[in-house]
Ligand binder design. Structure first.
Ligand SMILES: Cc1cc2nc3c(=O)[nH]c(=O)nc-3n(C[C@H](O)[C@H](O)[C@H](O)COP(=O)(O)OP(=O)(O)OC[C@H]3O[C@@H](n4cnc5c(N)ncnc54)[C@H](O)[C@@H]3O)c2cc1C
Length: 387
């Protein structure tokens, strides 16, 4: 396909560049919450939050190509994110737009766009992670309500979320385990929900176990059909994987790594001038470029109106290994100080890189492990026998 920009697309790119010139008016280190609040307000006014969502629900109605332009320009300039409700924008909102009824769209989508509160994702259970369809969280109907009993685990940001997209089992006597699963939109302050934070290896506690005991959820909070939750999840997971598989976050991180290598002195020379570090930076950059080109294959598919499918697993797999590689590279650049965490006087950039190097599980394991991505690629793309 022809990736040259049409005159309209070039005009949009110029509009984005002009906006960034005008509004990225503070250095990264000077951007406080106030500045970020102002930024969010301006990008919301431009309708760049939920840019590809239909205008009827408050999105920007942007084309796939415009979205690529917007994200590329933002990544190049290391701009802050568009919007603050990460899961809401990446997969909960798209699922509500696709499977929700009118009331659900009106109730939840504006708050997701405004970042009024956070959503969390209640899929994984102690015995159901990779094999998600084996989930057991029980759910029985009682009049106009569902009653939920069970446990979820690894629920990111559960402790600061107002809402959860939750998968439960409404039917147990099914021939295929993917049937009988239902998707609910649950208020986290419902009686019977207990959130117990889990500490991760970088010292933070950004995920949690969630216990549900006789939690009552109105039937109107069901997303999609009863027993049809797997369909909702498949598209939500494709969106989750494609958001992880995107190249823009890596492009930005690469620019930051190069700045770090320029600003760090090792044995009397700039780290960026050390051949072994230069080689690793080049290798990472080449891999990011190959991911970008691979992403254009999905783009071609999307432009032809075909839905995103298993192909996102290819870039998800690359992103996973690159995330680890870039974390190790940051440690090599910063040398012996690299393991110092936030709060240590000697920690480079207040421990930011040590935290990054330990943060890989979110990208590597979240959204499905590398083994699972390899299974998807081999079975669904290469047509190899089933695992
Ligand atoms: C930082 C982080 C954030 C997360 N956030 C969330 C969240 O917000 N909500 C949520 O619901 N979940 C979340 N998760 C959970 C995540 O989705 C699961 O951890 C993941 O799907 C793996 O499941 P598991 O931990 O049960 O491991 P298991 O499924 O038990 O896997 C263990 C190992 O076996 C391998 N394996 C399993 N099955 C196969 C197979 N068929 N073929 C080959 N190898 C296989 C896996 O690759 C892995 O190496 C998060 C996880 C992390 C690390």
């Amino acid at each position: 396909m022809d990736f040259n920009l049409t005159p309209e697309e070039a005009a949009f790119r110029d509009e984005v560049r002009a906006f960034l010139d005008e509004n990225l008016d503070a250095a990264e280190s000077e951007r406080d919450m106030n500045w970020f609040g102002g930024w969010l307000k301006k990008v919301r006014e431009k309708r760049w939050v939920g840019f590809s969502w239909p205008k009827e629900v408050g999105g920007g109605g942007g084309t796939v190509m415009q979205q690529v332009i917007l994200k590329e320009e933002m990544a190049k300039r290391k701009a802050p994110p568009l919007g603050s409700c990460y899961m809401g924008l990446a997969w909960v909102g798209p699922s509500i737009i696709q499977y929700g009824n009118e009331e659900q769209k009106q109730k939840y989508i504006p708050d997701i766009l405004d970042g009024t509160y956070q959503w969390c994702t209640g899929y994984s259970e102690p015995d159901s992670g990779s094999d998600l369809a084996s989930l057991k969280c029980r759910c029985e109907r009682d009049g106009d309500e569902y009653v939920v009993n069970g446990q979820k685990i690894w629920t990111s940001i559960a402790m600061i979320s107002k809402m959860m997209i939750l998968l439960v089992r409404t039917q147990t006597d099914v021939d295929v385990k993917h049937d009988g699963i239902t998707c609910l939109l649950v208020e986290m302050d419902s009686p019977g929900i207990e959130v117990r934070p889990i500490k991760n290896m970088s010292g933070g506690a950004m995920f949690a176990e969630v216990f549900l005991t006789d939690v009552r959820v109105p039937v109107e909070n069901r997303l999609g059909a009863e027993g049809g939750g797997w369909k909702v999840t498949v598209s939500a997971l494709a969106n989750e994987r494609s958001s992880i598989a995107e190249v823009y976050g890596l492009t930005r991180k690469m620019e930051e790594l190069k700045d770090l290598a320029r600003d760090t002195e090792r044995a009397g020379q700039r780290a960026i001038d050390i051949p072994s570090i230069r080689r690793r930076l080049q290798r990472a950059e080449i891999r990011i470029e190959s991911m970008r080109l691979n992403g254009q294959r999905f783009l071609t598919k999307q432009l032809k109106g075909e839905p995103l499918g298993s192909e996102t697993s290819i870039n998800k797999l690359h992103r996973a290994s690159l995330e680890v590689e870039m974390g190790e590279l940051a440690m090599e650049i910063t040398g012996s100080a690299s393991t110092l965490m936030q709060g240590c006087d000697e920690a480079p950039e207040d421990g930011r890189w040590a935290k990054f190097a330990l943060g890989w599980p979110e990208v590597v394991i979240g959204g499905g492990t590398p083994n699972i991505q390899k299974n998807i690629i081999s079975e669904r793309i290469l047509g190899l026998p089933k695992d």
